[in-house]
Design a protein around this ligand. Structure first.
Ligand SMILES: *Cc1c(COP(=O)(O)O)cnc(C)c1O
Length: 328
């Protein structure tokens, strides 16, 4: 296993800072709270997809691709950062976005346009067929498309978070800190897969909590198995003998609210709380909901006062502006 030998296209500002949330910790009555600022990865306003895209672009360029195709929700951060990665690497970018084209392109949509990506609006049920058709049509035109999976979540993309765990371990070692719990939003699984596998390789024994932002327990009991599969694909990709099972994947449910992208009081209150106490901005879809979950767990006394918890800020901030009406 030699991580330095893997194809990688530099996109992210690394390492991202680890900061202490002293005001918030005082306000909530402990535990000690740290934040890992992956909203500061750069690449068109930051976020967790920058780390995955370094390895996905590495593979795309190695394969001689000239076009990236990817898909996501209307306000997908993944699509915005893929568009930025394509621009930087000199590739074309085709985005397949769920639903109907809105009248005003705000938030991530505004950025997709500025980054020169082409957007195709498709009902979600038609997505897979559209993807195949587009891939074939581009090949017929002599182009070389590379398909970036939803959320950048496959074994290649997860490598970005495996490396991120090595980065975090080095930062904690240098500052002489111990972290008891690491919490982050989880949705398409690539982040969690990399974190789980990376924790093992880095020798980090912190308890890992993926906070599901879009699933409830009974409907998605297969999610842990999906994450384990991505982690094992990642292990195979990097040439590691490690294996992950679904029991190694801890997902916390109960915070889906009214559904993906529907803003409720959990997100609204959490976003205001972190902004007013620490001057840090969250988005309502992912990091705001995950942070709301963390605050709820703290208030329920799940962590001891003398423990240290680390919240991984996975970005998403540009989407906030598309939800301005929710904060009126
Ligand atoms: C994509 C995304 C996540 C979830 O990461 P997955 O790897 O898809 O599980 C969390 N936060 C933000 C801001 C995201 O854009």
């Amino acid at each position: 296993m030699n991580l330095d030998a893997l194809p990688r296209f530099p996109l992210a500002q690394l390492p991202t800072p680890v900061e202490e949330l002293k005001n918030l910790s005082r306000q909530l009555g402990g535990p000690e709270i740290l934040i890992k600022r992956d909203d500061q990865t750069g690449l068109a306003l930051g976020g967790n997809k920058a780390r995955k895209l370094e390895f996905l672009l590495g593979q795309a360029l190695q394969q001689g691709a000239d076009t990236l195709i990817t898909l996501g929700a209307a306000q997908s951060n993944h699509c915005r950062q893929t568009a930025a990665a394509a621009a930087k690497a000199g590739l074309r970018c085709e985005l397949i976005l769920n639903g109907k084209k809105p009248e005003v392109a705000n938030g991530n949509l505004l950025l997709n346009n500025l980054l020169g990506a082409t957007s195709h609006w498709i009902e979600r049920s038609q997505r897979a067929a559209e993807l195949r058709a587009m891939d074939e049509a581009l090949r017929a035109q002599g182009r070389k498309p590379y398909l970036v999976p939803v959320g950048g979540s496959n074994g290649v993309g997860a490598t970005g978070y495996l490396v991120a765990m090595l980065e975090l371990e080095a930062q904690l070692r240098a500052s002489g800190r111990r972290v008891d719990h690491i919490l982050f939003g989880t949705s398409s699984g690539g982040t969690q897969a990399g974190v789980v596998l990376g924790a093992r390789l880095a020798g980090l024994t912190s308890r890992l909590h993926g906070l599901s932002i879009d699933k409830n327990d009974p409907e998605h009991f297969e999610y842990e198995a999906e994450v384990a599969q991505i982690a094992n694909d990642c292990a195979a990709y990097i040439g590691s003998p490690e294996r992950v099972t679904r029991e190694d994947v801890n997902v916390v449910y109960g915070y889906k609210g009214e559904g993906y992208g529907v803003v409720g009081s959990l997100e609204r209150d959490a976003i205001r709380l972190l902004a007013c106490s620490e001057g840090i901005i969250l988005d309502p879809v992912y990091a705001g909901r995950a942070f709301g979950a963390l605050v709820d767990l703290i208030r329920k006394g799940v962590f001891r006062r003398n423990e240290t918890v680390l919240f991984w800020h996975t970005g998403g901030t540009p989407a906030l502006f598309a939800y301005a009406g929710e904060f009126a």
